[in-house]
Each structure stands twice: as structure tokens, then as C-alpha cells.
Design a protein around this ligand. Sequence first.
Ligand SMILES: *Cc1c(COP(=O)(O)O)cnc(C)c1O
Length: 402
Amino acid sequence: MYLLKIERKGMILEGYLAVLEQVLGKPENFVALHAPCFEGNEWAYVKQCIDSTWVSSVGEYVGQFEAKLVEYTDIPYAVAVVNGTAALHIALRLVNVMPQDEVLLPALSFVATANAIAYCGATAHFVEAQSSNLGIDFEKLSEYLEKNTFIQGETCFNKKTKRAIKALIPVHIFGHPVNMSALQGLCKQYHLALVEDAAEALGAFVHGKHVGFYSDVACFSFNGNKIITTGGGGAILTSNADLAARAKHITTTAKRTHAHEFYHDELGYNYRLPNLNAALGCAQLERLGFFLKCKAALARVYKEAFASLPGVRTLEAQEDTQSNYWLNALILEKPNRVFIEQLIEKAAQRKFQLRGLWTPLDSLPMYQHCPKMDLSETYQLFNRVVTLPSSAWLGNKYVEGY
Ligand SMILES: *Cc1c(COP(=O)(O)O)cnc(C)c1O
């Protein structure tokens, strides 16, 4: 009986590995979860920086990169910064998150979302996820806010802690946009600033607009594993001219513009993106359309291929949204941590890198004492989701035939 069980599990695992080989081929070299692709003007632009000696915080590529982000997203202002985490930190400063405040965020996110809140001296307040797109569960959140908060003047307070809740940070996990118009309505009702963690979602759209359009401030990341990369980098996008100007000011040490004087009029940060990184970003942005095509093709092929297996499906874009399919993911019908771990291990033996979800943030040592909703769905999802190799070039061979 016991042996039979092991054998069956082995066969199921084998089925998953067979589908991976069907989609990606039998690899000679290790297939990473996500690797960057430099086949455009990357080398030329970076070389130009070095030749000109403008490699650091001043140079023409920074402005160009910002202008291109504005043009592509149709969001009026962009400020490039050193990474996505810095973008989140500054975004929260822009909407006046102070020590003693609370900020709502999903427990299902990369740790940077919570860290940015802690950098402001504020407290993370964790909210529940939903299985359709791994984003915030709007229904449960709105019920929770109704029961657990009160409004005094123009401020929302946590009934239990009596602290002000200042902002909500939705996250577009793996590039699948959440329903922003619903969350925007909720934020208006509760006087919350809306700060979008769009770190994974460049090239994704919701209600016909690029992600970031519906929030006060949106944050993007161009880390080496994201859809485009600047090596390390990030950006703050906003429709608000004053916030954009302030973002630029405090990310450049809050230095007053002057020919030779050093005068800093408040506490600032050295968060500006170096020209060298911006040069890489300019070249990568030229390739974004191609990356998106490859990723959409790869997602379609994964979806069809895994449809042959019972008890599992791929994550897909929701209604009225367009995903960038940054990272493909499988979702098991039933939670099964042991199976996920075995699958990751066996896939690695066949040279495929798979990964599980982030450990829910509320269980990390520095966030264990933070306020939170019931997170049972988040914990189920942690035991249901596994991500698949998703580099753009893996989808290249599938672009033509579709
Ligand atoms: C990558 C990422 C960040 C942070 O970006 P960095 O550029 O690595 O600092 C924040 N949130 C999410 C959801 C991310 O995936």
C-alpha cells in the first residue's frame, strides 16, 4: 500500500517534468527561473557612458529613461531611483506615512513591500489574498475595514491599536494586475493613500490603462530578474506634479539647486539611479514589446501543456486586465507543501529552476507582531503555487506560430 502510494506520487511528478520538457525541451544548461536578455543596444549605450565618463548620478540617460517610461505608460511623471525598494520607501514618504501610522499590504508579497513601511517607522498591517490572481481580496478587505476601523475627521483609525491607517499597497503579483478601480473606491471611502507596488508589472494593463495609473504613486523595479533590467533600479511614477517634484528632491539628498552651494532643506536620500544603469534601461525599454510577446506566447504554451494534467492549472490574467506574464506560475487545486518541495527538487535535477511563493510576511521575525486579518487563504496559496522558468527568450520559439 505504502509503496503503491510512493509509486503514484512518482508518476505524478514525472508527468509534471514531462510537460516541462515538452514546453522547454531537454536542457543542456540549467534553465533559470528568470534571466535577463541583452540583444539590443545595451552594450552600445553603456559603452557611451564609460567613454563619456558620465557614469554616475548625472548624465543624459537618466532623463531619457524617465521620459521613455512616461511615454510608454502614459503616466505623466517618472523619477528613476536605485531600486524598487527605494521607490516604495520614497512613495510612502510622499503620502506622509509617519512613525505611529499603519499601512495595509498583502501578506503575500516580496519582503520589500513591508520593509519600506518599516523604514518609515510605521507598522505593516497585513491583508488577505485571493486565489484568482494572488492579489488582495477586495471583498474580504472591505468587510474587514468596515468592522475594524473608524473614521475621525479625514483619518481612518484601527479600532484595536488606535493608530491611523494611512495607506494601502496593492501588489500585482507576477505581473497579474489586481482590480484597481475597486481598490481606488475603497481608498477614497477610508481616506487611504493608494501606493501601488507594480515592481513586477511593467507592461501590464488594467481597465485599459498601464498599471500605476489609478494610484497616487506607483513603484517599479528593474532588478536583474524583472521584465526589463537596469542591473539594479526602480522608478516612481505619478500623475501628481508636486509629488513628482518632491520625489526628485528627496531622492537627490534634498539639495537646493544652486551653482556652488551645498544646502539641503530637509532629510533626503541618495537614491538616484546612476547614468550607467539608466543607459542599460533605455536599451531594455526598446526591447520591452518583444519581451511581452515572448512572455504571452510562453504563457499560452504552458497553459495548454499543463491542461493535460489533473489538479493543476496556470495562473492567468483576470477580466479587464492584461498581464505582462512576467513569471508563469502553476496553482494546485489542493494545498500540498510536500509535493511542491519535491517538484522543485526533481525539476532541479532535470536542470529546471522552479520556486515556491514567498513565506507569508506576517510569519517573518520582524513582522510577527503586526496587526493582520485572517490570512488562511494566503497560507493555502503558499502551499499551492509554484513558479516556472519564464525568461523572455524561452518563449521566442513560440512567438511565430501564433
Ligand atoms: C522586486 C520587487 C520589489 C523590490 O524591488 P528591488 O528593485 O529588488 O528593490 C518590491 N516588490 C515586489 C513585489 C518585487 O517583486
